[in-house]
Structures are given as structure tokens and as C-alpha cells.
Design a protein around this ligand. Structure first.
Ligand SMILES: NC(=O)c1ccc[n+]([C@@H]2O[C@H](COP(=O)([O-])OP(=O)(O)OC[C@H]3O[C@@H](n4cnc5c(N)ncnc54)[C@H](O)[C@@H]3O)[C@@H](O)[C@H]2O)c1
Length: 355
């Protein structure tokens, strides 16, 4: 097991990464210091892993809520379901909410934990690669509205993250690929050596080689944890983690959250951001081609899905949370390993890349 620390002073928490961690009853039981807990999971994950977590918490008063899977379920109605379950549990301030699943379950359960009695203990048990390398770390919680992704949410750090890499064995290949998009992002925005390492280990990653995947998760989490510690509430550096996201979220929202997976939309978004950077003369064209080549190797989409108009996507981008008083702020790059926040990119240039 590898353990990293997110050094947030009194709110410091560990990220445990390793094979078989959900079978470690002692580790899980230690996450629930109070008398009761709510486990939130989804219908794809629960049949494989819920019994293990419940068994570890036998001594506690627990309830489990299994939600239907999918991004469309990350909404206010499901949030209300989690809150109702906490009420049915009679949850007091010492309750622990455990999120067993991917980023959808993590964001939703985390937001409920942030709101219940203005904030209770929350533990992430991520089961997708994307959740292990990104969404479970850093305390962003939210639900989507029809008007946009993650528009209602809160910053609420978990008390621990336990990433059992064995759970990736049952993850559909398409979801594994989507997670690899976020892994590539870390190389793209801040670590050209890691990007090269990903190029060298692409086949092993796709083959789910346990050691190589654990290494990729650890490097990604280390990078994310560092950024979160330096800029927890996204006043500056943390924005760089949104490389590709303004474009990607626009695609997801325009598709009604039923088209590309989040990680796939981010893959397209990163390529668009890199192309825009090259188009503006800020970055080498060769680097955007290298980014595109690695994403393609991981089987990820790199072009806007058919049927989405440039104007509609641009209108969605304006509502992005990174916009300030209507002015778009985009995360662009100077090339591999060097992202930056850019204000006031001319509309015509953005539309050119979207077309
Ligand atoms: N909070 C953050 O900082 C942050 C960062 C990135 C992404 N996100 C959010 O995360 C969400 C995407 O997360 P995701 O990609 O994990 O999606 P997800 O939670 O929808 O999981 C993907 C699919 O895989 C299934 N699944 C999960 N684990 C499985 C396993 N081990 N075996 C079999 N099936 C499994 C799920 O049921 C689902 O169908 C988006 O809503 C995105 O906005 C949040």
C-alpha cells in the first residue's frame, strides 16, 4: 500500500492506494469513529463491493443507499435521496458518509455530507480510475443542473481516500480509458516527464498492469494533492487542473450528460485547448499533435461529436464557473507540462477552434 498525505493542517488526510484495501476490515472500520455510517454506492458497483464494506462495519449502525448509475443521476433529486437516508438513519454530527463508487457517487455523497448539519465526516472509496486520480481528492463536491455541470456544490474535504486498485478489474474498458484522460492531463499541464512515462507505459496501462496503474495513480494524486494544498478553493493554480474542462463541460452539457463520458469530453477538450494555444501562437503545434496521439492510443475521442454547433458550445462555455462577469477565462498551455490561465481570448479564435 502506498500512502500520500494531503497536508491541509488540521484537516490533513491520507490517500491510501493499493490492491485489496476494501478487504482490510481494520482499515475500513477505523474510518468510522462514530456509532453510525451511511454508505452511498451505485447499481454497478454495489453488487461487487458493497458487501465487503458492510462486513467491515458490522459493529456499527449502518445504512446503505444504492443509486442508479450514471451522470444523469448526479442531480438535486438524488441529493435529496441521500439526505432522506441520513434522516432515516437518525444521523447526528458524528455520522460518517462513505462514497463507494466513481466520481458521480463521490461528488453527490460528498455534497450531501457537506450539507448535512453543515458538514459531517466523509470518506471516499473510489472505484473508477477517474475517481482514484482526480475526483476523490481535493474536496470538490457538487451536483449538475440542466443549465450546467457542477453548478450547485461545496468544498468539503474527505477525511480519507481509500483507493483499492483491485476494483479496477471490473471497470468497463471505456471507463478505464476515460480515467486515463485525466491521468494524461497531469502530464500535459505540469509534468512533461510523466507525459513521456505515459507514452512509454501506454500498453501496460491499457492492460491494467497492477504496478503500472498504481504508479500512475500515485503520481496523479501527488500532483493533485500538491495543487489542492497550495490553492484549496481555486483562486489560482488549482484552475490549471481544469485544462480541457471548459470545452469538455460544454460538450457534456450540450449533450444532456448522456453522450460522451466525462473523461472522454475532457480528452476532446484538452485537444481543443491545445489547438487553440497553437492557433494563438502560444504553443508548438507539435505538442498538441503529441497530446492527440497519446489520447488516441488510449482509445479516446479527440474531435467534437457530430451534431454539436460551435455557437451552442460557445454559449455553454460562457456559463462556465471559471468565467468572471461574463469574460471567459480559459486554461491554455505553452506546450507539454506548462498550463496557464488566459483571459480575454478573442471570441473569433475560440469559434475557429470549435468549428
Ligand atoms: N470532484 C472533483 O474534483 C471531480 C473531478 C473530476 C471529475 N468529477 C466528476 O466525476 C464524475 C465522473 O466520474 P466517473 O468517471 O468515475 O463516473 P461514474 O461515477 O459515473 O462511474 C463510471 C461508471 O462506471 C461504473 N463503475 C464504477 N466503478 C466500477 C467498478 N469498479 N466496476 C464496474 N463498474 C464500475 C459506474 O456505475 C458508472 O456506470 C463526473 O460527474 C465529474 O464531473 C469530479
Amino acid at each position: 500500500m502506498k500512502t500520500l498525505l494531503v497536508e491541509l493542517g488540521a484537516r490533513r488526510y491520507p490517500i491510501h492506494i493499493g490492491a485489496g484495501l476494501l478487504g482490510d476490515a481494520g482499515l475500513l472500520a477505523a474510518q468510522v469513529p462514530g456509532r453510525h455510517a451511511l454508505i452511498v454506492s451505485d447499481g454497478n458497483v454495489a453488487p461487487h463491493y458493497l458487501a465487503r464494506v458492510e462486513a467491515a462495519l458490522l459493529e456499527k449502525n449502518i445504512r446503505s443507499l444504492v443509486l442508479p448509475p450514471g451522470e444523469q443521476e448526479k442531480n438535486l433529486a438524488r441529493f435529496a435521496d441521500v439526505i432522506a437516508e441520513l434522516a432515516a438513519l437518525g444521523a447526528s454530527r458524528d455520522v460518517t458518509v462513505l462514497a463507494l463508487g466513481g466520481g458521480v457517487v463521490g461528488d453527490l455523497a460528498g455534497f450531501a455530507a457537506a450539507c448535512w448539519m453543515r458538514g459531517v465526516r466523509f470518506v471516499q472509496l473510489p472505484t473508477t480510475l477517474l475517481a482514484m486520480v482526480d475526483s476523490s481528492v481535493g474536496g470538490k463536491t457538487a451536483v449538475d443542473l440542466p443549465a450546467g455541470k457542477n453548478l450547485v456544490g461545496a468544498f468539503h474535504q474527505p477525511a480519507a481516500v481509500i483507493a483499492d486498485t483491485d476494483t479496477l478489474a471490473t471497470l468497463p474498458l471505456r471507463e478505464l480509458r476515460a480515467g486515463l484522460a485525466e491521468v494524461v492531463k497531469y502530464g500535459a499541464i505540469a509534468d512533461a516527464d510523466f507525459f513521456k512515462w505515459l507514452e512509454d507505459h501506454a500498453d501496460a496501462l491499457l492492460a491494467r498492469d497492477a504496478n503500472v496503474i498504481a504508479e500512475a495513480i500515485a503520481v496523479s494524486c501527488r500532483q493533485k494533492a500538491g495543487v489542492v494544498v497550495r490553492d484549496e478553493t481555486e483562486q489560482g493554480e488549482r484552475m490549471l487542473l481544469n485544462f480541457g474542462h471548459t470545452f469538455g463541460h460544454a460538450i457534456e452539457t450540450e449533450q444532456g450528460y448522456g453522450g460522451l463520458l466525462h473523461g472522454e469530453a475532457i480528452a476532446v477538450g484538452m485537444v481543443l485547448a491545445a489547438r487553440l494555444s497553437a492557433h494563438l501562437g502560444r504553443a508548438p503545434v507539435a505538442d498538441s499533435e503529441r497530446l492527440q496521439a497519446l489520447l488516441l492510443r488510449f482509445g479516446l475521442p479527440v474531435t467534437i461529436p457530430p451534431g454539436l454547433s460551435a455557437d451552442a458550445l460557445f454559449a455553454r462555455m460562457r456559463l462556465d464557473k471559471k468565467s468572471l462577469s461574463g469574460a471567459l477565462r480559459l486554461i491554455l498551455w505553452r506546450g507539454l507540462g506548462q498550463a496557464e490561465v488566459v483571459r480575454d481570448v478573442p471570441e473569433a479564435d475560440i469559434l475557429a477552434v470549435l468549428s
